[in-house]
Write a protein that binds this ligand. Structure first.
Ligand code: NAD
Length: 258
């Protein structure tokens, strides 16, 4: 499925990103990793802070032309300061993607790691639109203060909601070049940041975990990212693929009474 392809994977040093690198390489792909920390299972590595505008601009200039896909997996949990959450999970991700798209090969695939936490995007749409107006030149700290994101604990949810909406919006943006964009939304996954979600969500986290027979693992998520990167998913565009043990179907069923 991936033989002869070259993919760029952010968040390559840990958790879902590291497992995605492993899966892609095991299937014959060449993988360029991006992270703040060194990654083990990559062919080439760029050590970059994706919350930093200048670093992202330099990264875009340094990355090679004609890669076959970009998996935006790097992310910080809700326990990080709100402005950092938005910088990494939304603003930096978009700056990297929009900067890189001209350099991607025709037919390339972009996959965004969103989350079950983004499912409420319809409810929060006005705020989502305001978040989508942010870029690196915006005063992101002021935005977080005005929107009360630190004390409300909404930064992570808002970032993922906006990421989903941005994915839907760009379903056909690069269609003339065959470039696609999709999202993968995991439920709770056993990686180093699972405890951060437990700390933020408290009782809600425990209730959700009781409904699931277990937390997901990086091994549950990486194949879905690999599929959306591959040519096998060519007709899938602007989709959000839930990989959550059934949690989103459970919430929908409860919401609509079936
Ligand atoms: N673990 C879960 O329960 C869960 C659930 C839903 C979605 N997600 C999403 O999955 C993605 C991967 O998370 P994970 O669970 O594998 O966590 P993780 O902490 O294991 O991996 C995240 C990686 O992102 C990197 N990163 C963070 N900030 C960075 C920055 N400023 N610049 C460069 N790299 C940076 C980290 O160094 C780390 O290697 C994230 O986007 C997260 O929001 C995770």
């Amino acid at each position: 499925m991936h033989n002869g392809k070259t993919y760029i994977v952010t968040g390559a040093a840990s958790g879902i990103g590291a497992e995605t690198c492993r899966v892609l390489r095991a299937d014959g792909a060449r993988v360029i990793g991006i992270d703040r920390h060194e990654a083990e299972d990559v062919d080439e590595m760029y050590l970059v802070d994706l919350s930093d505008k200048d670093a992202v601009v330099k990264l875009v200039a340094d990355l090679p032309n004609d890669t076959d896909g970009l998996a935006n997996i790097a992310g910080v949990p809700p326990t990080a300061p709100a402005d950092v959450v938005l910088r990494v999970n939304l603003v930096g991700l978009r700056a990297l993607t929009e900067g890189l798209v001209d350099k991607l090969a025709d037919g390339a695939s972009i996959v965004n790691l969103a989350s079950l936490a983004g499912n409420g995007w319809q409810t929060g749409l006005p705020q989502v639109k305001r978040a989508l107006a942010l870029d690196f030149d915006s005063d992101i700290s002021e935005f977080c203060e005005v929107e009360d994101l630190d004390s409300s604990g909404r930064s992570y949810f808002l970032g993922k909601e906006a990421l989903l909406v941005w994915t839907f919006q760009n379903r056909w943006t690069w269609r003339d070049r065959g470039i696609r964009i999709n999202a993968v939304s995991p439920g709770p996954v056993d990686t180093p940041i699972l405890g951060d979600f437990a700390a933020t969500l408290g009782k809600r986290f425990e209730e959700n975990m009781q409904k699931l027979e277990r937390a997901g693992t990086a091994e549950d998520i990486a194949p879905a990212v690999g599929f959306l990167l591959s040519d096998q998913s060519k007709w899938i565009r602007g989709t959000n693929l839930a990989v959550d043990g059934g949690m989103s179907a459970h919430f929908l069923s409860a919401q609509h009474g079936f």
